[in-house]
Design a protein around this ligand. Structure first.
Ligand code: NAD
Length: 428
């Protein structure tokens, strides 16, 4: 097995160039003022830390960690922490900028950030992961904080990672303010101040978008089919929630391989298999297919829920679906976007489609601030209303300006960031 895994795509474009091109297109259409364009063209802060961690065998390894804070005009920086061997500064910069626009699009009072460590978490024990996470949090120091910059889970991290980050952060704060600092991260376990509904929130938001699309297009999800790339937090939750509509998952893949079954693959049973085996590959009763065959499966909905830039020109020409819902951040490159538009395939853009996660992170942060604990129904109702309202706003803007949905979502976000700068002014 290569370092990148059996399902990996090679020769991806630079993610920050892709993000910048999306931004430039929207900035031009929305008539963004030159000075705001200048400010948003680069992140405000880029932090890189190299830190040593003792391994279980007594040896030491040096790790490279990143935190990029793109913009905080609207509120504190907010964005996930990624553990992956391909993490790079430009990837984190792209992801941080998408967070700025995602929060602004949803009228969530947060800015955009992202962080990560360049390593493969699957090759480390739990105790090594804990020491890596705690040391990284210590290195970040006052660069994070509940009113300044609030990390959350992303690829390769989870609620446990957030519990370690929170515990480390509060250990270095004064005894009297420890409780108030629990909101330094979101996506925590319920026992540590997490919110009901957070772990499934991104997948739930993806399914709200699919349901809105199906209603607009008069497409009956019951009896429809979908395929999912990436079966981690977002992919598996999307698959399970979408299954409730009566649609059936006929292909799925992850870093180790892809599987197919025209009769449908049960996402609940597959999740149990992945917990035991760490991959979807080899799932009993399914046929092994290649990555190319996966993208060519005839289906109604394609859910990319793995890494960015997995859909390039080749994949855009190969896909046989009606719609792509971008559960992952930045899964489609700009050439692919143009091809999909030409082919009449709808694309629900990432900053809309996967925004359920940050919406419920915001609810978690509010609950921490107010020392409240909302029930699941309350969280789900708020999320449903927010997703439907934002989805409708994007469709309305796209129809009015005759532009694609990604550009519409970016334009709405840019208008909001821009209005904030106009009202506040630029110091001095
Ligand atoms: P995860 O680590 O839980 O799962 C990632 C999945 O992608 C795994 O199944 C992994 O095997 C697969 N994968 C990794 N490399 C791959 C490759 N080269 N080819 C095919 N599959 C590959 O991560 P996640 O939290 O589910 O995040 C997935 C995507 O969703 C990312 O783009 C992330 O930024 C985005 N996202 C996550 C959240 C969240 O709340 N976790 C919120 C918004 C967006």
């Amino acid at each position: 097995m290569s370092d990148a895994g059996a399902g990996a795509k090679s020769g991806k474009p630079n993610p920050y160039s892709v993000a910048k091109a999306q931004f430039e297109k929207a900035a031009t259409l929305s008539g963004l003022a030159d000075e705001i364009r200048l400010i948003l063209s680069q992140p405000k802060n880029e932090l890189i830390v190299n830190f040593p961690v003792r391994m279980d065998d007594g040896s030491y390894q040096l790790f490279k960690g990143y935190r990029v804070q793109h913009n905080n005009a609207i509120g504190p920086y907010k964005g996930g922490i990624r553990y992956h061997h391909d993490v790079s500064l430009d990837e984190i910069k792209a992801l941080a900028s998408w967070m700025t626009y995602k929060c602004a699009l949803h009228e969530i009072p947060f800015g955009g950030a992202k962080g990560g460590i360049k390593f493969d978490p699957s090759t480390h024990s739990q105790s090594e992961l804990e020491r890596i996470t705690r040391r990284f949090t210590f290195e970040l120091g006052n660069n994070i904080g509940p009113e300044h910059d609030i990390p959350a889970p992303d690829v390769g991290t989870n609620a446990q990672t957030m519990a370690w980050m929170m515990d480390t952060y509060v250990s270095f704060t004064a005894a009297g303010s420890r409780q108030a600092n629990h909101g330094v991260v979101t996506g925590k376990p319920l026992t540590c101040g997490g919110s009901q509904g957070r772990s499934a929130a991104t997948g739930q938001g993806v399914v709200h978008c699919i349901a809105e699309w199906a209603r607009d297009k008069r497409f009956d999800l019951n009896g429809g089919t979908y395929i999912v790339q990436g079966f981690g937090n977002v992919g598996s939750n999307t698959a399970k929630i979408l299954a409730r509509t009566g649609a059936s998952m006929i292909a799925v893949g992850d870093w180790k391989g892809y599987i197919f079954n025209s009769e449908g693959i049960n996402p609940f049973k597959l999740s149990e298999y992945v917990v035991k085996n760490g991959t979807v590959a080899g799932y009993p009763g399914s046929q092994t297919i290649t990555r190319d065959e996966f993208f060519a499966v005839q289906t109604d909905i394609l859910v990319p829920a793995a890494l960015e830039l997995e859909i390039g020109e080749k994949e855009a020409r190969a896909v046989k679906c009606k719609m792509i819902v971008e559960a992952a951040n930045g899964p489609t490159d700009n050439d692919a976007d143009a091809i999909l538009a030409e082919r009449g395939i709808d694309v629900i853009p990432d900053i809309l489609a996967n925004s359920g996660g940050v919406a419920v992170s915001y609810y978690e942060w509010l609950q921490n601030k107010r020392s409240e604990f909302w029930d699941l129904e309350d969280v789900e109702d708020r999320l449903a209303k927010r997703m439907r309202r934002t989805y409708a706003a994007v469709m309305e803007y796209a129809a009015r300006k005759k532009c694609d949905w990604r550009t519409a979502a970016f334009c709405i976000a840019l208008d909001r960031v821009s209005k904030t700068y106009i009202d506040r002014g630029i110091f001095p």
